[in-house]
Structure formats: C-alpha cells, structure tokens
Design a protein around this ligand. Sequence first.
Ligand code: SAH
Length: 265
Amino acid sequence: MVVGVAGVAGKAVVDFLPGKVCLIGAGPGDPELLTLRAARLIREADVIVFDHLVSEAILDLSPPSAARIYAGKERGAHTLPQEELNLLLVHLAQQNKRVVRLKGGDPYTFGRGGEEVEILFEHGIPFEVIPGITAAAGVAAYAGIPLTHRDYAQACVFVTGHLKDGSMNLDWPGLARPRQTVVIYMGLHGLPVLCQKMIEHGLPSDWPAAIVQQGTTPHQRTVTGTLATLPELAHSARLKAPTLIIVGEVVKLRDKLAWFESGGH
Ligand code: SAH
C-alpha cells in the first residue's frame, strides 16, 4: 500500500495546479449535497464552466475573481456545441488556468463527462474527476423511494428516455422485469411511449410509477400513479424540468417514507 504525504492510502491529495481541469459533479440540486472535495476545488478555481442544472449557491462558492462560463445544455437549447465545449476546456487549461467543469448530478452518469475527459487526455491536459450525487440517488432519498429493497427490487437500472426522432431505442424486455427498479433520466417527453412499451413487454398496467420534478430543491413535486395512469397525471400536473421517472414496486414505499415534501427538511 502506498501512503501519500497527506496520510491517505494511495495517491496523496494534490493541489489544484494551474493548467488542470477538475470535472466535478454538483449533485442533484440541494447545494448541501456537494462533496467536500468539490467545494474545496471550486473555491480554488480560476474559471468555472457550468451547466444549467448547477445551482447559484454552488457557483457562489467560487472566488469573486473566477470567470464563469455558461455551457448551457437545456432541452432544445444547447448553448455551446459539445465539440466547442471540449476544446474550450483544453484552451483554458493551456492558458494555465485552474479549470472547474461543473455538471449537475454525477459527471459520469448521462453527463457526457467521459467525452470531455477523453479530449483532455488526447491533449495531454491533467484532469481529475469528482463524483456527485446523481439525480436517481438524490430523488430516491428526498422523494421517499428506495431504489432497491429486499421485498421489492434486487436490481436497479438507469436509462435515458431521450427521444430520438420521436422514438426510444431501449431494451424493453430487459426493462419490463419484476423485482427491478427502472430510473429514467430525460424521460418527460417520452413518458407515454415509455409506459406503453413497458406494458407491451409484460409489466402489469397497474405497476407503480412516479415522476419527480426538481428533486432535492424547494420546488420538488412528485406525482405517483401506475404505468397506465402516469402519463395523463404528469401532463395535468404541468411538471417542470428537470424530472426523473421511477418505475417499480418501490414507489409504494413513498407513502411511508416521503419525509422531504412533508416539510421534514
Ligand atoms: N449527470 C446528471 C444527469 C444529467 S441528464 C446526474 O447524474 O444526475 C439530465 C437529467 O437528469 C434531467 O433530464 C433529469 O431527468 C435528471 N435530473 C437531474 N437533476 C434532477 C433533479 N433535481 N430532479 C429530477 N431529475 C433530475
């Protein structure tokens, strides 16, 4: 075992040297869900490149002198094309800045973090990746829906419900399984297709399902129903992005476990 200077097994905690990019997960919304390491690195940044899901309170941790660059990524409004963004990170690092790339949730969960880091690697830019609490974990905790539970689900699958040309190319037989929880990111627009496909592939139409808007924030709202009823219920609730869909029997536990929306925070 290698013991670093800071006394940590493995690699020592290194300083945020100029010319390095730290790809940081900002968590799902509640600023207090940020890791300590993320907070420390943000405080040392010269420039922050951030996505729209990152809260103001987290950005405010950066020094007043730090430049803030908005990278966008709202549905239908990609401010910077991914290729330009990747190169922007390279250029900033080459200018010897301490670059923080802040993404909502976890950078390696539907965050294109892998693509950004590959480009850094190809250009020989030193980088570090700091995980964040992904929306599924944050929403599960704050909406009172455990992702696994010995009585209901031994597996949990995360998928993207983003529609491509109006359809979704997912492994439907693999998703429509009992004793499993399915978490769908970016699924609001595809919700009717999603529910219909899961029923077609064998799940009962009264299988529990929930959709959670702006989880872990004061605007969190949860709509629960079944595969048959959720699309209509979600539509009439006029939910606002971002939303996360959870399908599975664990949704039933919410009746007992929903502490956050009842003001327990
Ligand atoms: N890297 C992020 C996911 C980025 S994709 C993560 O690990 O969480 C963006 C999608 O994440 C949104 O469309 C939505 O489905 C989900 N999401 C992110 N934050 C959310 C939140 N606070 N509440 C509900 N869903 C959220």
